[in-house]
Design a protein around this ligand. Structure first.
Ligand code: 8YV
Length: 309
């Protein structure tokens, strides 16, 4: 049996249903009864960015062999526990990199050029009475990237196309990338107009964008988050934005999704998206194929396509 934790994608659901005995966890009224009766038949879990497998679920499923995640981020899976118990874990890297990087650039442009307000201006008929206010140029602004992995690098390449100087922070300096390295996020923020979060969420990167970082970015600086909500101290972000200590924010992710702090709804200098970084038909199909491909490889004794553990 395969246990799917929450609704993700109908193509994925069909592909899983056609191959395995699929259980949809979110539809089960008595979850603990289900786990009790199926504990010896569930051999795989399919999770994503909102529902994975914590230590408790893993302990409840003694025959669990593999967790195949419909996401690149694995922060909802207890990886330590999986290692300890010999449970394999796979994710969906590479196929979503371009979409997430595209969206980061889209957020920057939407924020600086006020695209959402411009659209509302036209629709509401206000254009007839005067031009829209002037906005802020993107080309040439310095872009600071937290995390120079697959997605961070793809964002850097795109921003280079806009003639932006690229700075980055990562745990260790990368040789030969040609971007300016800063050993702390505060120094990165001090030296960047636009700060982009693009690292995995771990205990070390939780609230990596704190009040000190926001103040270093300053009233003209903008924050872009396409990583995970908990990378940013959201309460401090609301304060920094409402007090004018930070210039703006473009956010695809939040600490308590789908809850978004309502204080942000009235602000003109924020763009708020419902976690859509990888949400294109093309990419979600490719992610689904990886989830299914990893399960098939595992159950036919072949090597996994995208193993993490
Ligand atoms: C998805 C993501 O939103 O890959 C990730 O880490 O956050 C996203 O691609 C999600 O897992 C889809 O349900």
């Amino acid at each position: 049996g395969v246990l799917m934790m929450c609704p993700m994608n109908s193509y994925l659901e069909n592909e899983l249903q056609n191959r395995f005995n699929l259980h949809r966890f979110w539809t089960l009224p008595e979850k603990s009864v289900f786990l009790e009766t199926h504990r010896n038949s569930i051999r795989a879990v399919v999770g994503n960015a909102s529902a994975g497998a914590d230590a408790r679920l893993i302990d409840d499923l003694p025959k669990l062999e593999i967790i195949s995640s419909f996401s690149v981020g694995l922060d909802k899976i207890d990886l330590g526990k999986c290692k300890e118990k010999g449970i394999r874990v796979t994710n969906t890297p590479d196929v979503l990199t371009e979409d997430v990087a595209d969206l980061a650039i889209g957020l920057i442009l939407a924020l600086l050029r006020r695209l959402c307000q411009c659209d509302r201006y036209v629709r509401s008929g206000k254009w007839k009475y005067g031009d829209f206010q002037l906005t802020t140029k993107f080309s040439g602004k310095s872009v600071g990237i937290i995390g120079l992995g697959r997605i961070g690098t793809a964002i850097a390449k795109r921003a280079q196309g806009f003639n932006c100087p690229i700075n980055y922070y990562s745990r260790t300096e990368k040789p030969d990338v040609g971007y300016k390295y800063y050993p702390t996020v505060v120094e990165l923020a001090q030296n960047s107009d636009i700060l982009v979060v693009a690292c995995p969420l771990t205990a070390e990167t939780r609230h990596i964008v704190n009040r000190q970082v926001m103040d270093a970015l300053g009233p003209k600086g903008v924050l872009i988050n396409i990583g995970r909500g908990p990378h940013v101290d959201e309460q401090e972000l609301v304060k920094a934005l409402t007090e004018g200590r930070l210039g703006g924010a473009g956010l695809d992710v939040f600490e308590q999704e789908p809850h978004v702090p309502e204080e942000l709804f009235g602000l003109e200098n924020v763009v708020l998206l419902p976690h859509v970084g990888s949400a294109t038909v093309e990419t979600r199909n490719a992610m689904a194929d990886l989830v299914v491909g990893n399960l098939e490889a595992h159950f036919s004794g072949k090597s996994l396509l995208t193993p993490v553990v």
